[in-house]
Write a protein that binds this ligand. Sequence first.
Ligand code: GYE
Length: 324
Amino acid sequence: MVRSLHVFLTILFLAVFLGCGTSRDNEPEDSPIVLGYSQLGDESAWRTQNSRSIISAAQDAGIKIMFEDAMQNPENQIKAIRSFIAYKVDVIAFSPLVETGWDTVLGEARAAGIPVIIVDRMIDTADPGLYRTAITSDFDLEGRRAGEFLVEKFQDTDDPVRIVELVGTAESTPAIGRYEGFREVISADPKFEVIFSEDGDFMLSKGREIMQRVLSLYDPEDIDVLYSHNDDMTFGAIEVMHEAGIVPGRDIVIISVDATQRIINYLKEGAVNCVIECNPNSGPLVMDIAGRIAAGEEVPKHISIQETVFDEYTDFSTIADRGY
Ligand code: GYE
């Protein structure tokens, strides 16, 4: 659905782009806001929902969106941003795959007078004037929350707690925050030991592959915890556990990040022990901020998306349907 919408939007973009030349110089003053949006890819259920939220919120807000999927390649994001600049969009928004490498293209956007909103992941730059605002989750907090769950869960034992970690895309803000925040908390007690940690790119297939490798290296008895930076990698790992006769959530404690409906179902069944929420529904907020920026209003430099934790101590009847 998102894919076909994306194809449609791309065709629309090309039609507008080719039909009207390379700029919007002849457009009437009161024409709708045009937002160029570079999405990093479609690697996970979270991302699919995030794209849906962005596209439908633009439609609801009467904002014309040019939506480009970079297919996990930052070069494609740079190309998309350049095409938005050439078209003279009113606002550019993008979710950067990784943190570095954006200064040149964002400098070009600034020179063209086009404001930039960073969404979801952050960039690492010495020049914060390159963007107007960043709307992101607190990934460090998410990592700390994962650590705090373990501290509580294992409070009555002094035995070693051996942890396998599936890390998100290398050099992306969520992978860095979830890695560092987690360590910040568990490092206070030496019984917590990360015995294996590897980049699974936030993808189910890689979660599967890595978990297979982990089980070829370790006796399942020697693994106490799986900490996975997103639900898709967790799903892959759980498949492998089932195949190996391991009972997820009981033989191995599982912490996952995102909170898709499928992982909440696992939590309710006891197959997952803790779910750190990461909220993909930022579309309405992004459109509100884009509208304000286009109207010349000042907006805060950083806007945080609010999130929570669901774990085995939560009253499940309070968890609303996740919608994705
Ligand atoms: O947790 C993961 C996705 O950047 C917060 O990217 C996002 C992460 C999300 O692939 O599922």
